[in-house]
Design a protein around this ligand. Structure first.
Ligand code: HEM
Length: 408
């Protein structure tokens, strides 16, 4: 393994600082050429490795045999002390092997490309209603409200959760993603959500329907394919997976398009570019910024085929997706937004391997319909303040905009 140190000779603290306006951390570029697999110190003080080359990140994330997402053992490195989500062994993202496959199969049929296509009218209806509110409120308007409400209304619909509960769900999601909240607040959020989910399940049992939640309850009650705790955790996973990611993808993509308005103009001139633009905008400015990614634990010694180094059994390795998407060996001039990039490699923004994003097709449809609706209704959309004045979140896993004031 190559040298991993910062200027002092000791491993550097991770996450690395972002570039200006929450752009990719410049440290990734330095490490890519000098020490592509290197040691870092996590905020908890635990040591871990960080991989920064596209090829290495892809190899690690695709290798479900030699790496696990189950970090529940006491020796596993912890990213944050106070973020229970990343360690919770009962959520899909952190499960391994047969249990992961069993649970994933239960919900997979609700997330096929066909289901995502069928959801278009519903998603469009939600977008139209929310944009009516934006339009009637006049400008400047904060598009962050739209970006937050669209995914929560839609995931509520899939899950059969009342629309009015959306704000409450969003509060729980931010608690789960926060590493700054005191432990008692986190525990309260976890307990409140469990009570809410159990009450919801009971209501659905009394009045069954055909939403995804009914399907999951059926898998528990009739087919005995998952436990009651797994049922609650699955609901939690879908609420987490489907909210913050989309809200941040919408706001960060709009930030890129409106702060470099030639790209907005390009989409106005040629709508056929929208699908490629979505992939490119996610690559360039991923929803969670520099910390997007997760730790995996090696269960055996693994040699990276690129020659970057060896990961020893028991070591944790972080795979930042923005580092993969900004590797110039795969995406030349990675800082440039180019809708005509050849599709030779995955941008990795939806992951790889068995944990590959379950909501990928829905996410693409939500983003495509959003961009087209905004281009249709607000062709003159502009940021209401200089890009450098936009507010970014702090204390949360995955930095995002907290406001996106626009005029048209
Ligand atoms: C732009 C939007 C999205 C992005 C960038 C994204 C990204 C990702 C990534 C990178 C992973 C894998 C993480 C890893 O293995 O390290 C993942 C997993 C997952 N995502 Fe998404 N996601 C998005 C939207 C959604 C939506 C809309 C849903 C659900 C409605 C969703 C549900 C999930 C679930 C359930 C998993 C865990 C899958 C498993 O562990 O088997 N995601 N996502």
């Amino acid at each position: 393994m190559s040298d991993s140190s910062g200027a002092s000779g000791a491993p550097m603290p991770f996450p690395f600082p972002d570039g200006p306006m929450a752009t990719a951390p410049p440290e990734f570029a330095r490490r890519r050429s000098e020490c592509p697999l290197s040691e870092v110190v996590l905020p908890t003080g635990d040591p871990a490795l960080v991989a920064v080359r596209h090829a290495d990140i892809q190899q690690i994330m695709s290798d479900d045999k030699n790496f696990t997402r189950d970090l529940s053992s006491p020796d596993a490195p912890r990213l944050f002390h106070n973020m229970l989500l990343l360690e919770d062994p009962t959520i899909l993202l952190n499960m391994h092997g047969e249990d992961h496959l069993r649970l994933r199969r239960i919900v997979a049929s609700a997330f096929t490309p066909r289901r995502a296509e069928q959801a278009r009218p519903e998603i469009s209806k939600i977008i139209d209603r929310l944009l009516d509110d934006v339009e009637s409120g006049g400008h400047p308007a904060d598009l962050m409200t739209f970006a937050r409400l669209l995914p929560t209304r839609f995931i509520s619909q899939i899950l059969g959760v009342p629309e009015d509960d959306g704000e409450q769900l969003l509060e729980w999601v931010s608690a789960w993603l926060s590493f700054a909240l005191p432990r008692e607040d986190l525990d309260r959020a976890a307990n409140d959500f469990s009570d809410y989910a159990r009450a919801l399940v009971e209501r659905k049992r009394a009045e069954p329907g055909d939403s995804l939640i009914d399907h999951i309850i059926n898998a528990h009650d009739v087919e005995d394919r998952l436990s009651e705790n797994e049922l609650i955790s699955m609901i939690r996973m879908l609420i987490i997976g489907g909210n913050e990611t989309i809200a941040n993808a919408i706001s960060r993509s709009l930030f890129s398009l409106l702060s470099q308005r030639q790209h907005w103009a390009a989409l106005l001139a040629d709508r056929s570019l929208v699908p490629a633009a979505i992939e490119e905008l996610l690559r360039h400015n991923p929803p969670g910024g520099g910390t997007t990614g997760l730790i995996r634990l090696a269960t055996a010694d693994v040699e990276l085929t690129s020659g970057s180094g060896v990961i020893r059994a028991g070591q944790g390795v972080f795979t930042p997706l923005v580092a993969a998407g900004h590797d110039p060996a795969v995406f030349p001039d990675p800082e440039q937004i180019r809708f005509d990039r050849p599709k030779t490699h995955s941008t990795m923004q939806f992951g790889a391997g068995r944990h590959y994003c379950l909501g990928v097709h829905l996410a693409r449809v939500e983003l495509e319909l959003t961009l087209n609706a905004l281009l249709d209704r607000f062709p003159n959309l502009r940021l209401a303040v200089p890009p450098a004045e936009l507010p970014w979140s702090e204390g949360s896993y995955g930095v995002g905009l907290t406001g996106l004031p626009v005029v048209w």
